[in-house]
Ligand binder design. Sequence first.
Ligand SMILES: Cc1cc2nc3c(=O)[nH]c(=O)nc-3n(C[C@H](O)[C@H](O)[C@H](O)COP(=O)(O)OP(=O)(O)OC[C@H]3O[C@@H](n4cnc5c(N)ncnc54)[C@H](O)[C@@H]3O)c2cc1C
Length: 396
Amino acid sequence: MATERSALTDADFYLLERRLPDDSRELLHRVREYMEKTVQPVINHYWTREEFPHDLVKGMSELGIAGLGYEGYGCPGRDCLLDGMISMELARVDSSIATFFGVHSGLAMGSIYLCGSDEQRERWLPAMARMEKIGAFGLTEPDVGSGAAGGLTTTARQEPGGDWILDGQKKWIGNATFADYVVIWAKSLDDNQVKGFIVERGTPGFEPVKQKDKIALRVVQNAHITLDGVRVPEENRLQNANSFRDTAAVLRLTRAGVAWMATGCARGAYEHALAYARQRQQFGRPIAGFQLVQDLLVRMLANVTSSACLCSRLAELQQDGLAEDHHSALAKAFCTVRMREAVGWARELLGGNGILLENHVGRFVADAEAIYSYEGTREINTLIVGRAITGTGAFV
Ligand SMILES: Cc1cc2nc3c(=O)[nH]c(=O)nc-3n(C[C@H](O)[C@H](O)[C@H](O)COP(=O)(O)OP(=O)(O)OC[C@H]3O[C@@H](n4cnc5c(N)ncnc54)[C@H](O)[C@@H]3O)c2cc1C
């Protein structure tokens, strides 16, 4: 990471941080310090071993950032811009930690916040905000990814006593190997609508198995889950999740967060590349002095800056209650494409050293591949925007 801290070396080129009030900026910088001093020195170790650093959760909880944007229920109730910038800050150092946090604070807590009753929010959110309990979000299935809106095959059957029985499989579910609460989205056999259920760890018939040998986000523990006659009480059915439209409301929120994360991933790679270019010498001078190297750096910076500005405006739309599915979808698609370009250029700038984990950029390149595809691929987010601007859905 760049040692001198200025807008020029840490890539806040258009001074977006100045949009934050002092107390928010102070929190953002505490997150930065935690990530740079505590996470960065150890993260490659966990990445190599495909392990999750459980010891780091306490430090993250002390930052008080889980459920940042939610009002009440033990959550901080801060604004969307700060929430987004914190996602960027996490990913700027490590995309796996940012993803772990996004699944917990965004997807899982967001499902409860947006789709739970008051009583359910009171029951689950305070401990999740303190990160004493960790959440996961189970939508994708082995045979159903992009087509989840209409195609879920996991079923929920209500028994006469009121309990629900869940059967099916889920794939790619982040945090699910150790999460206390996993939100499972399933199709009700009664009305054929998608409903959300909180499955608590250890519930009989619920079997999460860690997915191994990933080439991206190796620190994130993704699980293939089998649900075999899992009994869930009616009190654990999210009371305001009545169809996939409600699931989509959660994704609208979290896709904005992923756009910020993609920006952070690109930004981290850029900052590593800039620092490297200034100290690496070839032909008797720092490579930063070569025109073609500067071209790479400026392209990266343009990607980071345009993405951050877009996300920043999206945060204002969210804050004003004006953000719709297509706004988040455009940001997710655009920022992930820009990220994928930028991390590739950063790798190129480091030459051979770019593929060594110790220089971090290689990890960013690998992790970017997962961010590019999860929470809706580029194609699916493009189709969401395409439908909005033409009035014609082109999904099938
Ligand atoms: C690391 C990681 C973490 C994840 N974490 C979670 C999680 O915590 N919870 C969860 O529920 N899910 C999670 N996912 C799943 C993720 O959301 C899906 O991978 C994603 O939605 C894409 O689905 P798929 O992989 O099944 O690809 P598919 O849907 O099979 O798509 C394959 C290709 O076909 C394209 N395609 C599909 N349909 C169309 C179409 N109509 N028009 C044009 N192109 C199309 C896609 O864009 C893609 O390029 C995670 C995935 C990864 C990789």
